[in-house]
Design a protein around this ligand. Structure first.
Ligand code: MN
Length: 245
């Protein structure tokens, strides 16, 4: 149903799922006061849902706004929006299969965006979605040498989406990472385990030359491990709801 403001009704369950995603990403150390998570609108594939400009931990259902594929809010009613919303809009535009996007400045992944010789690769089965390794987006190729590193335009968002290609994740040099998936829970799961894989890889590289998963092992591990995302989600959700005791 479309309202007078041009927005589409969203049921409370979907809104709450996005609120919970924001809180889980904070609780698991993927986002801090910065970073954001969005989902494609369940009733309109040309729209997506993203919080207004605020810290993820503080997001409630009332803070979630609807955006168009141009990255602009449909009816923000004066509320400030994230500068980097174009990360989300341009990935949704380029990738019809993507239903959720996480953008973070997760600490453990940052080094892999700035050392060309250190490629982020699947070190253990939970990081198998990294496949043959995570590409790095170089903003200088589009914005030159004087940018503030933020994806603050459609042009920059499109460049990021182009470098992401059909993959599930991309590092952003000197900035962070962006993860795209076919569902909100999978995007959150991958954002959490991307950070864990990065931390483990840093440790392993101090010990020696790590042995990574083969592409065949990665493919096999993704289908077995990611069949159990709901098991993790249930626990993460209960924790942020204060129900784990
Ligand atoms: Mn950012």
């Amino acid at each position: 149903m479309t309202s007078d403001a041009g927005t589409n009704a969203v049921d409370a369950e979907h809104l709450q799922e996005l609120v919970v995603a924001n809180r889980i990403l904070f609780d698991q150390g993927v986002v801090d006061a910065f970073g954001h998570v969005s989902m494609r609108h369940p009733a309109n594939a040309d729209r997506f849902l993203l919080a207004r400009n605020m810290a993820p931990r503080l997001v409630t259902a009332d803070d979630i706004l609807e955006f168009g594929m141009d990255g602009e809010p449909v009816a923000a009613a004066g509320r400030a929006v994230y500068i980097e919303r174009y990360i989300h809009s341009e990935i949704y535009r380029a990738r019809p299969d993507v239903k959720a996007v996480v953008h973070s400045h997760a600490q453990a992944v940052i080094p892999f965006g700035v050392v060309a010789a250190a490629k982020l690769r699947p070190l253990f089965h939970m990081g198998a979605f990294l496949g043959e390794g995570c590409p790095v987006f170089e903003i200088r190729d589009t914005a030159g040498r004087g940018s503030d590193l933020l994806i603050r335009s459609r042009e920059l968002g499109a460049a990021l989406a182009r470098d992401l290609g059909q993959r599930s994740s991309i590092l952003m040099r000197g900035h962070g990472a962006t993860i795209a998936a076919d569902g909100l829970r999978r995007a959150v799961y991958r954002a959490i385990y991307m950070q864990m894989n990065a931390a483990l890889q840093t440790t392993a590289m101090q010990l020696g030359d790590p042995e990574f998963l083969t592409p065949e092992e990665s493919e096999a591990a993704v289908s077995s491990v990611e069949g159990q995302i709901d098991r993790a989600w249930t626990m993460w959700r209960l924790k942020v709801e204060g129900k784990l005791g």
